[in-house]
Design a protein around this ligand. Sequence first.
Ligand SMILES: NC(=O)c1ccc[n+]([C@@H]2O[C@H](COP(=O)([O-])OP(=O)(O)OC[C@H]3O[C@@H](n4cnc5c(N)ncnc54)[C@H](OP(=O)(O)O)[C@@H]3O)[C@@H](O)[C@H]2O)c1
Length: 302
Amino acid sequence: MTDTNNPLTQPTTQYAVEPAETLKELPEHKTLALENSKPTAKKNYALITGASSGIGEAFAQILASKKKPLILVGRNEQKLKALSAELRQNNDVDIRFLLIDLARSKDMPQLPSKLKRMGIKIDVLINCAGFGKHGLESQISYEDALNMINLNCRATLSLTKLFLPEMLKDNKGAIINIAALAGLFPVPFMATYSATKAFVINYTQALAEELKSTGVKVLCACPGPTATNFYKSAGINTSKHKSLQDLNDPHYIAEQTLQALKDGKTFTIIGAKSTWSKYLPKLIPRKLLLKFGASLLRPDEA
Ligand SMILES: NC(=O)c1ccc[n+]([C@@H]2O[C@H](COP(=O)([O-])OP(=O)(O)OC[C@H]3O[C@@H](n4cnc5c(N)ncnc54)[C@H](OP(=O)(O)O)[C@@H]3O)[C@@H](O)[C@H]2O)c1
């Protein structure tokens, strides 16, 4: 039996495979172009940012296997093209991708109406794209810091605000925002990243509370250290840090997050390798938390 109120499980018959359609981003001064954008019968899709890698890719694989039509978002065209084709072929479900630099694009506000014209309705939004930079704040470039805020905070907020009204109109839908353990306490040597994830936690928890009597589910997930490209792109050599020796599998993180949503949770910590990370913020004075945070990722030169 299909639970018609659960946007993640839908009848298989809705998902006839159609010719692949690519939503391509043009340079930001132009509008979003939708290739082969002939309107289709209205379908409910999950839009996953950060779907080209790591935890976002794991979400895509799990949801595709449940026959959920997907819009995969990222910048890596080659990866998204290959992943969409693979998921489409393996699962007989409609998978499309959208190339967009979420840290820079000014075209986001047009996205819901463009998708609507294609008969695409988003009833599940997973804001997973994100990155961090490791090092002394004085040495992190201004551009990297702003891009972290733009991607981790601004894009998460923008997509949430843009797709929420339609979900509320239907009184049905789900929004998952991926934060991090690092958002639970200040983390020196990842100061901006930690602050962006604190934003995601506060924003998402507050939103979940506001929407608790509606049919729209909101979940904030805080994964612990996970084996993805995150550390490489942050400039962290995991072998040098004791706290990063036992990394989670991204599939485990995605699965547990979807389970938490199903269980009606609005906040979840997944894969915290030490229970300390989980309880520290509640138990320990902030001054000591800072020392703990600093001990996690202290670079050689600091
Ligand atoms: N790995 C961990 O230990 C860990 C722990 C806690 C929280 N998290 C959070 O989990 C989320 C997923 O990260 P991950 O670990 O899966 O890392 P990852 O493998 O590096 O994936 C990051 C994803 O974000 C996308 N992305 C980066 N910059 C983008 C931009 N400007 N515009 C659009 N997409 C962009 C990347 O796609 P393209 O390159 O195609 O653009 C990629 O798909 C992040 O929010 C991260 O903060 C990770």
